[in-house]
Design a protein. Structure first.
Lengths: 207, 296
């Protein structure tokens, strides 16, 4: 990365070298992964202790008869939106590498990300109406709201980061084919949030 | 090492300053406040925070998008006016295609928020606001001096958007709110247009004030609209939607505003035009504030 120092003067707001910035993001994501692993592990252990596993005879999940079921179909559709947004973000990166602005792909990504958040909010509201909340439904309710809430917060932060990328690119064109580490890092974060969601979806909704 | 090939222009852009220029932050804030007033007047009972925030977010996005589209459209004319030459597009700090995308995306996003959270009527009103502002008013500025009459429509629609988002229907009260805002804008814009008449003429905008160097016609019209504004602002109280307190408040504010218009008619200088302009800026929050506070 010998050119990094030379281009530095035209980008005085980008302090660290790209390699350092990327390393920092990866370290951050590893710690984030541990956090989610803790949450999902806790959920798994508690659920096991209470109801056993799906292949065991006494298994019942959701635990009570009156407890609301999670809207699995809607969430599956929503997952498609989130996966698509990862793809569109990748297309934005490809466009920037070709020397284009990548703004339209970023716009589509922001839209899909917001759509995901909106549908998750609707789901929360729906379940709340059916009587499920943090403090009701035992492990079932509390783990669902804590884990999806925590993940949803990550998506919201991700959308805000992409909006920030969009605005910076629209007004200053700071992402060039040679240097767009901020965009790369936000992409890493966004894909990470995507992968975490697949784990959340599998463990909370499907199993 | 040479400059990156895609870096557009030499002067370094300040993101936040350029952003607030492109979205016309102060104007959009005014739009937001009038929407809030419309909503508060329209709603009965305890405030629904989700609906209110969605209405404000959607309207704000639409206002920002429309402002960007307007600047994209006028990017050539804006270079010829002192007041606007420093905007990101005419100054060459931003690519036109980027501004167009920005404007379309923000408008679309705002409409989507309104559609999902409020109701189709409010969404339609927001769409009409953007369409009239960008597609009718903006091109009309170069063609006809009647553009101010049309330009005041999108300026007066936001409180109605707030009203309809809260109430679900237009109703007389909502339309009165629209009328007050419409009449208020006329003296407000006439004062601006007269102060900057040379700028507008150089840019090729056809304004009523261009031929009127004496200012007599401008001032007469401003006074006429100020009188109409007073009458319209009294209607909510006369029709029983507002309390008598509002009636007398509106009467006092309206008469004071008329006095400023009369002063402008008698002494047609830039100073008195500016005084009329500031009076209009003071008048609106006072009247709308009173309206919300004395709400029945």
């Amino acid at each position: 990365m010998s050119t990094a120092a030379l281009t530095h003067d035209s980008h005085d707001h980008q302090g660290a070298s790209p390699a350092t910035a990327k390393f920092g993001m990866i370290m951050f994501l590893i710690s984030e992964a541990m956090l989610f692993a803790g949450l999902l592990g806790g959920y798994f252990v508690l659920r096991w202790a209470e109801n056993g596993f799906p292949w065991q005879p006494n298994h019942a999940w959701p635990p009570g008869k009156d407890t609301a079921h999670l809207p699995v179909f809607l969430t599956s559709i929503n997952t498609v939106f989130l996966l698509l947004s990862s793809a569109t973000f990748h297309m934005a990166e490809v466009a920037v590498k070709k020397g284009k602005s990548g703004l339209s792909w970023l716009a589509v990504t922001i839209f899909l990300g917001s759509l995901f958040v909106g549908i998750q909010c609707y789901e929360w509201w729906h379940l709340h109406h059916e009587g499920l909340w943090f403090n009701t439904g035992g492990v079932y309710g509390s783990s669902f709201f804590v884990i999806t809430g925590f993940h949803g917060l990550h998506v919201v932060i991700g959308v805000l980061l992409i909006v920030w990328c969009f605005l910076r690119q629209a007004f200053t064109r700071c992402f060039t084919p040679e240097r767009h580490i901020a965009l790369e890092n936000v992409a890493l974060y966004w894909h990470f949030v995507d992968v975490v969601w697949i784990c959340v979806l599998t463990l909370l909704y499907y199993v | 090492m040479k400059q990156p090939a895609t870096a557009l222009h030499e002067p370094k852009a300040d993101l936040l300053a350029d952003l607030s220029e492109l979205v016309k932050a102060r104007l959009s804030l005014l739009v937001l406040i009038t929407t809030l007033v419309g909503f508060l007047l329209g709603w009965r009972g305890s405030i629904p925070w989700v609906l209110l925030s969605a209405t404000l977010l959607g309207t704000a996005l639409c206002a920002c998008g429309a402002a960007a589209l307007n600047q994209w459209w006028e990017r050539d004319v804006d270079t010829r006016m002192k007041r606007t030459a420093g905007r990101p597009l005419p100054a060459g700090r931003m690519a036109p295609a980027d501004a167009l995308l920005f404007g379309l995306f923000f408008s679309f996003f705002g409409l989507a928020v309104l559609f999902l959270f409020t109701n189709p009527r409010a969404t339609f009103l927001a769409f009409a606001t953007i369409a009239i502002y960008v597609l009718v008013y903006t091109p009309m500025k170069r063609l006809s001096s009647l553009n101010t009459l049309v330009g005041a429509i999108p300026g007066a629609l936001p409180p109605l958007i707030g009203w309809v988002a809260a109430r679900g229907s237009y109703s007389t009260e909502g339309c009165l709110l629209f009328a007050i805002l419409w009449f208020w804008q006329m003296p407000h814009f006439l004062a601006i247009a007269w102060m900057y008449r040379d700028d507008y003429k150089n840019a090729g905008f056809v304004m009523l004030t261009a031929r009127d160097t004496e200012g007599a016609m401008t001032a007469r019209q401003a006074l006429l609209y100020a009188v109409f504004l007073l009458l319209v602002s009294l209607l909510p109280a006369i029709l029983g939607y507002q309390s008598p307190v509002f009636f007398f408040g509106a009467l006092v504010f309206g008469l004071a505003f008329i006095a400023c218009a009369v002063a402008f008619l008698r002494r047609r200088t830039c100073d008195s035009a500016r005084r009329l302009f500031f009076a209009s800026i003071l008048y609106l929050p006072l009247l709308l504030g009173l309206m919300v506070m004395t709400q029945r």
